[in-house]
Design a protein around this ligand. Structure first.
Ligand SMILES: NC(=O)c1ccc[n+]([C@@H]2O[C@H](COP(=O)([O-])OP(=O)(O)OC[C@H]3O[C@@H](n4cnc5c(N)ncnc54)[C@H](OP(=O)(O)O)[C@@H]3O)[C@@H](O)[C@H]2O)c1
Length: 259
């Protein structure tokens, strides 16, 4: 008989890295990976927040390590990975979650803002995934990379032109990486969330326009970060052993009539 699905979802003995774990979805991803048994490296620029997260994880009996990482700084990435490996061991699971947005219409979008968004959301994924992917491939034990894209990859949201382009890039990157890395038993998938409650979305969701938007979502609300738990664990664990190159939308039906 095949091992139980509940056993295959467990991550005991695995090491995960979550970028952008200092708030929002990344913070939750770190918590659920620890709950499933993984040791988790949490990375971001705001290390004070990471320290609070690792303390809480350790108080609950989990293993975690905080690492300062700006994903737009290629020089910092090898040192951050070496630090994680020294503290927790080789990385089996990478969640590329760091992200940012600048709200400006296309004709007004300033080039430095374009660069900031593309460098963080797209080039940052490339840089971190390439560095971790090389380690996974060299080790020969496979791995799972989960890139956090967005429904903005496929629907034309107004006023977030560089964000939309960056997330479409993440989807393309995911599919191409999956093709090239399958031979190393490294699976690469993307999650495309719709609106979830976080620091990134709170300013918009709190406005009248945001509330009206949510009223048009079939489920009439934004998602809560923990509603991504199941999909993350499926993609990260052996339960998803034949899933690669997938980009899974999880949006309460928001884009059903637009995608
Ligand atoms: N919430 C949603 O509705 C939603 C929907 C679709 C997709 N997403 C995606 O989900 C991911 C998480 O977003 P969120 O909603 O949780 O937003 P958030 O609360 O603003 O979190 C963004 C995270 O990214 C990190 N980050 C930003 N720039 C960084 C950089 N240069 N280097 C390293 N880390 C950086 C931030 O940490 P520091 O500032 O401490 O570095 C923070 O931890 C993003 O990729 C976002 O595009 C979110």
């Amino acid at each position: 008989m095949a091992p139980s699905i509940f056993d295959r979802l467990r991550l005991k003995g695995k090491v995960a890295l979550v970028t952008g774990a200092s708030s929002g979805l990344g913070h939750r991803f770190a918590e659920v990976l620890v709950e499933a048994g993984a040791a988790v490296a949490v990375a971001a620029r705001r290390t004070d927040r990471l320290a609070g997260l690792t303390k809480a994880i350790e108080q609950d009996g989990g293993r975690a390590h905080a690492v300062a990482l700006d994903v737009t700084d290629p020089a910092r990435i090898p040192a951050a990975i070496a630090e994680i490996e020294a503290k927790l061991g080789p990385i089996d699971i990478l969640v590329n979650n760091s992200g940012t947005v600048v709200s400006e219409r296309f004709l007004e979008h300033a080039e430095p803002n374009w660069d900031k968004v593309i460098d963080t959301n797209l080039k940052g994924v490339f840089l971190v995934a390439q560095a971790v992917g090389k380690r996974m491939a060299g080790r020969g034990k496979g791995g799972s990379i989960v890139n956090i894209a967005s429904t903005a990859a496929t629907v034309a949201n107004k006023g977030t032109i560089s964000y939309n382009a960056s997330k479409a890039g993440v989807v393309a990157l995911t599919r191409s990486m999956a093709m090239e890395l399958a031979r190393y038993k490294i699976r690469v998938n993307a999650i495309c969330p719709g609106y979830f409650v976080s620091e990134m979305t709170a300013p918009y969701l709190g406005t009248e326009a945001g509330k009206e938007y949510l009223a048009r979502v079939p489920m009439r609300r934004a998602g809560q970060p923990e509603e991504l738990d199941g999909l993350l664990l499926l993609l990260a664990s052996d339960a998803g052993s034949f899933i690669t190159g997938s980009c899974v939308v999880i949006d309460g039906g928001e884009t059903l009539d637009r995608a």
